[in-house]
Each structure stands twice: as C-alpha cells, then as structure tokens.
Write a protein that binds this ligand. Sequence first.
Ligand SMILES: Nc1ncnc2c1ncn2[C@@H]1O[C@H](COP(=O)(O)OP(=O)(O)O)[C@@H](O)[C@H]1O
Ligand SMILES: [Mg+2]
Length: 249
Amino acid sequence: MTEEFLVAKDLRKRFGDVPAVDGVSFTIRRQEIFGLLGPNGAGKTTIIRMLSTTLEPDAGGIEIGGRSVAEDSVGVRALIGVCPQELALYPELSARDNLVFFGRMAGLGSRQAKEAAAENLELVGLLDRAKDAVRKFSGGMKRRVNLAAALMSRPHLLFLDEPTVGIDPQSRNHIFETILRLRSEGMSVLYTTHYMEEADRLCSRIGVIDHGRLISLGTPAELKSAIGPPDEVTLEQVFLNLTGRNLRD
Ligand SMILES: Nc1ncnc2c1ncn2[C@@H]1O[C@H](COP(=O)(O)OP(=O)(O)O)[C@@H](O)[C@H]1O
Ligand SMILES: [Mg+2]
C-alpha cells in the first residue's frame, strides 16, 4: 500500500464563467491532517464535493485508497466520511436518533448503529445530551453532532468543511481533540478553513488556495520560512505575501 491515501490530479470545475477550481493537484497521506486554507469563494467546498463523489469534475483524476472516484464511486464512498459546511441534521430528532439514522444509511445494523452513536457522542463530548432534540442545541453543539454523524461509517478519510465557523471555544476544542484522536487511531483528514491559526495548529501540511488555484503547498514551517524565521512569521503574512491581500478581506 502506498503512503498516499488520496491523490488528486489537475482537478478542474467551472460554473458558467467562474473557474471555481482551476487545475488543483495534491495528495493526502495516511494519518495526515491536510489543510486547505483559503478565503471564501476560493474553491474549497467545490474541491470537497468532487473528492467525495457528489460533483463530477470537468477534468482531472481522483484516487482514494487506490480506488478511482470516476470508476468506483461506490467503493470510494465506503472509505470516506463527509462533514459538510452546512449542517445536515434533523432538528426534531434527538442527537442519538440523528446518528442512528446516519449509521443505518451507512449500512450498519440497528444494534451496531446504536452502539456507534453512543461512541461518537462520547467522542464529541455530548453523550449526556443524547436524548435531547438537536434544535435545542447551540451552534457549536450542532457542529459536534454533525461531525459525529460523519463518523458513523468509520471512515478512513474524513472531509471536514469549515467545521468551526462561528462556534464557541469549548466546541472548537472538542472538535480539535476529536480530530487529533481520530488521527492517532489511523484516520486521514482533509480540513478546510479560512482561519490560519487553526491550520497552523492542526495540519501537517497545508495547501493555500486562492481563486481556484493552489498557490503554495507545504508544512506550516515550510510555508512560513519562505518569508522569514518560522517562529516570527504567521500564515496570515504568508497569504498576504503570496496574494497581496489579507485572508480575511
Ligand atoms: N453550484 C454552484 N453554482 C455556481 N457557482 C458556484 C457553485 N458552487 C460554487 N460556486 C462558485 O465557485 C467559487 C468557489 O466556491 P466554493 O467552492 O464554495 O468556495 P469556498 O468553499 O472556498 O468558499 C465561488 O466563486 C462560488 O460562487
Ligand atoms: Mg466552502
């Protein structure tokens, strides 16, 4: 088996006149947290949708766990979990029933699904709220249930699309701890964000993306050392240096 779990080659996607993804190539290694860092509209979600079999690329190739997304999307789906940017939960159902539902959708038996639901709620720190309807939860708690839902199929590779936007610090820490624990258990993660300090803290390698193109790729220290001593440079400065703009603009 190769060290590379995901290989994306020259991905392209256009929406009308907008080249949303314009020739993007990268790999994700086993047990790696790979970050895609870029501003709103950079193309991060479009890349995740193509990698996770829900949007067909105009061009390019994707292999996950040695399986081609174009030729074996069913085989690929068995290896991945997707935690979308928009919440995908049933507000009237309890946290546990939401997870059991996603587990059953992923092919788990009823008992297996209940066990996995409890395990994943524990993992994201919400087991004590298992029976409460999701509509009663704070934004951060909903995000944690959303993450737990993506884990129900026990994926080898998890796609996390901006999981921490607008949430409280406690939920953010729960999400970070969950991701780090999953990695230590063997999972690979693709993490998109426009928060540089998150990418810096979590990711082993980062692809900086702007206007649908990868404008730099490397470890946080490599990206920073291009402009100065890594201890003194921030990824915000890296982005500014590469694009002439602020990441938050
Ligand atoms: N379904 C769509 N139809 C038309 N344009 C889209 C669609 N999805 C994304 N876009 C455009 O593609 C570009 C990249 O969007 P997106 O991948 O959502 O970026 P990000 O996730 O980095 O914020 C943006 O200009 C966005 O408006
Ligand atoms: Mg997005």
